[in-house]
Design a protein around this ligand. Structure first.
Ligand code: 5GP
Length: 123
């Protein structure tokens, strides 16, 4: 899959559309999801153009990868989620319903989140 520079997160990174920023580093940006699923729902994205989890983990530098995961961890701590718990999700591709083709982690918490997937949808 080649990177589509017209995707919504690319526009956020270029400053063409606004976001509510939560954290920023040299390599990563974290901002609040426009349609939150829980009291805290933040998206953590690399600043460089990677389509998906697979693209990021195979193409990004070790520094970028460490930075992204540390940003997610710092964000959860600063939101006070580390004691109560939180969930990290990354949707890769069609079966996972990835909507935006710029790699991102969802950091979700602030309430009991229930099971990871619904048992009645396991097949
Ligand atoms: P995906 O399904 O690709 O893993 O998740 C994409 C996420 O991006 C969704 O949770 C959706 O609510 C969020 N999103 C889509 N468009 C925007 C936007 O313009 N701004 C923000 N902040 N989040 C967005």
């Amino acid at each position: 899959m080649s990177y589509d520079p017209t995707n919504i997160f690319a526009k956020i990174l270029r400053g063409e559309i606004p976001c509510t920023k939560a954290l920023e580093t040299d390599h990563s940006l974290a901002f609040h999801d426009i349609n939150p699923l829980a009291p805290t729902h933040v998206l953590v994205i690399p600043k460089k153009a990677y389509c998906s989890f697979d693209d990021f983990t195979t193409q990004a530098s070790a520094e970028e990868i460490v930075d992204l995961f540390r940003t997610a961890s710092r964000l959860a701590q600063e939101a006070g989620l580390d004691a109560s718990g939180y969930r990290i999700i990354s949707n890769h591709g069609e079966d996972a319903n990835q909507e935006v083709p710029h790699f991102h982690l969802h950091v979700i918490g602030g309430r009991a989140l229930g099971p990871m997937l619904r048992r009645d949808q396991k097949t």
